[in-house]
Design a protein around this ligand. Structure first.
Ligand code: 13P
Length: 287
């Protein structure tokens, strides 16, 4: 059964570790993440961007696939199905479709509008027992065609949004989606510290988890980060493993590639990546 992310994140914040959000794009991705979480007894959050939702034939298809897998694979660890960087309309659609958690990313609106829309969604998700992530200060890089430049959030604005009663808060602290450029200035820990001081027990979310050095991840967790999002690293691992398999020319018996065999190395590569991240985030055995 899908659960809200609230309890797992409250425990993570109190226990000084972070729960990984791994984005899903298809059946193999989803199965690899769920099986790894179960094997390692870790709570997990499956992230779905609006683009990935469309690709997978809409939110109800995603809910059906994930619920079916939880059932068929005997998954007993806490799993939240979470809309990643949702629009206001997208968040409402996911709530109707049966997601257990949504992110409303109002960071590109003026703060008053971000507050007004987030407040409405706090009410709606609160009534249904779902978790809600809000965002202040756009995360840099490209996410589904939307390009941001890596802002640093204003801690006072973070407090305003946290006080609305959201479950978790994503605040830009110089983090970027995708690969970090060579001249990246690193995370702004002063900002993170100031945000945590003003928002208290609120679990903070670090987007752009790909390529952040391990010492920075650990420091971010020590300063209140309880959820870390990873997408690109799984994509890179999947692509590299699939490319290697094709280049080695296995399974070319004149019939082409059996899709189940073709996707198997990528599936294993995602499992390995998720395991490494869960080790680094400290969530193993915390289910
Ligand atoms: P990366 O693609 O950089 O891992 O970021 C993922 C993310 O933050 C999804 O919201």
């Amino acid at each position: 059964m899908l659960v809200s992310a609230k309890e797992m994140l409250t425990k993570a914040k109190a226990g000084h570790y972070a729960v990984g959000q791994f984005n899903i794009n298809n059946l193999e991705w989803t199965k690899a993440i769920l099986l790894t979480a179960q094997e390692l007894q870790s709570p997990v959050i499956l992230g779905v961007s609006e683009g990935a939702g469309k690709y997978m034939c809409g939110y109800t298809t995603v809910v059906g696939m994930v619920n079916g897998m939880i059932n068929e694979l005997g998954i007993t660890v806490p799993v939240a199905l979470h809309l990643d960087h949702g629009s206001y309309e997208g968040a409402k659609k996911c709530i109707e479709a049966g997601f257990s958690s949504v992110m409303f990313d109002g960071s590109h609106y003026p703060i008053e509008e971000n507050i007004a829309k987030t407040r409405e969604l706090v009410e709606l998700t609160g009534k249904l027992g779902l978790s809600l992530e809000a965002e202040v200060g756009a995360i840099g890089g490209e996410e589904d065609g939307v390009v941001g430049s890596g802002e640093v959030a204003d801690p006072e604005e973070c407090k305003m949004i946290a006080d609305l009663g959201v479950t978790m808060l994503a605040a830009g602290i110089g983090n970027i989606h995708g690969k970090y450029p060579e001249n990246w200035a690193g995370l702004s820990f002063d900002t993170l510290d100031a945000i945590q001081q003003l928002t208290g027990d609120m679990p903070l979310v670090l987007h752009g988890g790909t390529g952040i050095p391990a010492d920075m991840i650990k420091k971010a967790i020590s300063l209140g980060v309880s959820k870390i999002n990873v997408n690109t690293e799984c994509q890179l691992a999947f692509a590299a493993a699939t490319r290697k398999y094709i280049e080695e020319g296995k399974d070319q018996s004149g019939k082409g590639f059996d899709p189940r065999k073709l996707l198997a190395p990528g599936f294993d590569a995602i499992k390995e990546t998720v395991k490494e991240k869960m080790e680094l985030f400290g969530s193993i055995g915390k289910a």
